[in-house]
Design a protein around this ligand. Structure first.
Ligand SMILES: Nc1ncnc2c1ncn2[C@@H]1O[C@H](COP(=O)(O)OP(=O)(O)OP(=O)(O)O)[C@@H](O)[C@H]1O
Ligand SMILES: [Mg+2]
Length: 321
């Protein structure tokens, strides 16, 4: 039997188990939509279950990799974020209805709306969307604020130096690595006033890409948290804005020395109010994020991934000039 068929059968079994735990009449629900992530490292399924007489729910089941501790941290982060945002109707996190940490599955509330990415692809004015995403992230960081701490760029500078070193000796190979090494060697030059800047530390979403935010007319929801780390808020901001830029950013508005188009940057910071648009840690980490994404770009086979790499190289050319 194909592995995705087995995955679907197991997902349905987990839906019945978790749905019963949550007090749902599981036999009245039908699977209405599903997303499968099947790559070298991961086999995940997300399914929406609908019932004409009750709200829809979403099952998420991560069959691979098997790492119960990491999965537990994902759930802890999700619960933490939900608690932090529980007072807001505008900025939310889907409520978890039941979970099975051993099976690596959970059932949550379905959020109506479209992903930030789908909305950006379907409308030319991204300003209101970026503002809403910024507001959601500010609510999440504000609700999980830990402390203020001086920022130390040297960890990322060292990390990039290490990657470049591995590439030089042939231990690691990526597409366009000659160019990557040039930029990685120079990343320290861009730390500027980020060094020692008193930054804001809060919970880190860890994987805030353009498709992990759902927006409707009434609310914005974030999901798919990666773990329970606390970190400078600039990491999530840089990750989100880089994902946006690489996928749908206006390249004509990307100025020399910048990692993100100016209008998009300003729109995001019209919603994000914990640190300003001139924050040196965000400016520095936005450049670091380009290299992080470049280093992780493994798939060199599909046209989509080749086009994404070309866009990334163009962004890097602007950012590191
Ligand atoms: N609670 C929810 N309500 C509505 N839609 C959801 C919900 N959770 C997930 N989705 C939808 O399912 C898709 C995949 O979910 P999720 O991001 O959790 O899976 P994933 O396997 O981690 O995907 P990726 O790695 O691409 O982010 C989302 O992009 C979203 O469209
Ligand atoms: Mg996701």
């Amino acid at each position: 039997m194909p592995q995705t068929t087995i995955l679907k059968i197991e997902a349905h079994r987990l839906f019945c188990e978790l749905g019963a735990q949550a007090g749902l009449a599981v036999t009245d629900y039908r699977c209405g939509a599903e997303w499968i992530k099947d790559d070298r490292n991961r086999l995940h399924i997300v399914q929406r279950y609908d019932n004409s007489g009750a709200p829809s729910v979403v099952l998420k089941f991560a069959q691979r990799p098997v790492d119960k501790e990491a999965f537990g941290r994902i759930l802890d982060a999700h619960h933490g974020a939900q608690a932090a945002l529980s007072g807001s109707e505008l900025n939310t996190v889907p409520q978890i209805l039941a979970e099975d940490r051993c099976a690596q599955a959970y059932l949550m509330q379905y959020i109506a709306g479209d992903t930030f990415l789908e909305l950006c692809r379907n409308q030319s004015n991204h300003t209101p969307l970026l503002r809403k995403a910024g507001a959601w992230l500010a609510a999440f960081h504000g609700g999980t604020f830990q402390q203020k701490r001086p920022f130390q760029p040297r960890f990322m500078v060292r990390h990039m130096g290490k990657l470049a070193g591995q590439m030089r000796v042939g231990e690691r190979r990526i597409s366009g690595q000659g160019q990557f090494i040039t930029y990685a060697d120079r990343i320290g030059e861009f730390a500027g006033t980020a060094e020692g800047h008193i930054g804001t530390i809060a919970a880190k979403h860890g994987d805030l890409n353009a498709h992990n935010i759902l927006i409707s007319d009434h609310a914005t929801a974030g999901f798919d948290f990666l773990g329970t780390d606390n970190a400078p808020v600039a990491y999530d901001i840089a990750r989100f804005l880089q994902s946006y830029t690489q996928l749908v950013g206006d390249m004509d508005d990307l100025k020399t020395g910048h990692a993100v188009p100016q209008r998009a940057w300003d729109a995001f910071f019209s919603g994000y109010d914990l640190v300003g648009a001139d924050d040196p840690t965000v400016i520095f980490l936005s450049k670091v994020q380009i290299l992080t994404d470049w280093n992780r770009m493994q798939d060199k086979t599909t046209l989509k991934s080749l086009l994404r790499l070309e866009r990334l190289k163009e962004i890097a050319r602007q950012a590191f000039t």
